[in-house]
Design a protein around this ligand. Structure first.
Ligand code: ZN
Ligand code: ZN
Length: 150
């Protein structure tokens, strides 16, 4: 659900109780338009290229507020770097282990048969309530496969 509907973004901010500042609008517009799971560094670069530069402090402050209000989802990449996701529909990720690119995916097939066994016998999982099962696909994107062949 990548949307670049400007009115939508203003509505989202309004509904969340956050003031629709210029910084928040341009951050959400960028994420909505590209659906790319940006790192903060990539966002700074992209915003600079669009002629809408933000300082790193402003970016971090606003991302924190947007995450807190659930407008943006913070995810952790394979390398431990934080990335920001605007796709609010339940989904999983296909991640390139070489360049870190993340693609939204819908898992086909049944998750029902999957279960978790504790590795340590002292960890008892019997009273856990499972809220969600997540699957992560890790691979090499076509560009990285081509690069590795050279
Ligand atoms: Zn790659
Ligand atoms: Zn995603």
């Amino acid at each position: 659900m990548a949307t670049n509907d400007y009115k939508n973004i203003l509505e989202m901010l309004e509904n969340s109780g956050l003031r629709a500042t210029r910084a928040r609008k341009i951050i959400l517009e960028l994420l909505a338009e590209k659906n790319r799971h940006f790192t903060p560094e990539e966002m700074l670069e992209a915003l600079r290229e669009r002629g809408q530069p933000l300082s790193i402090a402003t970016l971090y402050q606003n991302l924190a507020r947007l995450v807190e209000k659930g407008l943006v989802i913070k995810i952790v990449g394979l390398d431990g770097s934080f990335r920001y996701d605007f796709n609010h529909d339940p989904h999983d990720h296909m991640i390139c282990s070489r360049c870190g690119k993340i693609v939204d995916v819908v898992v086909k097939g049944s998750l029902e048969g999957i279960s978790a066994q504790p590795m340590d016998a002292e960890d008892d999982l019997t009273n856990w309530k499972i809220l969600e099962k997540r699957v992560e696909f890790v691979g090499l994107c076509p560009e990285c496969q081509a690069a590795e062949q050279n």
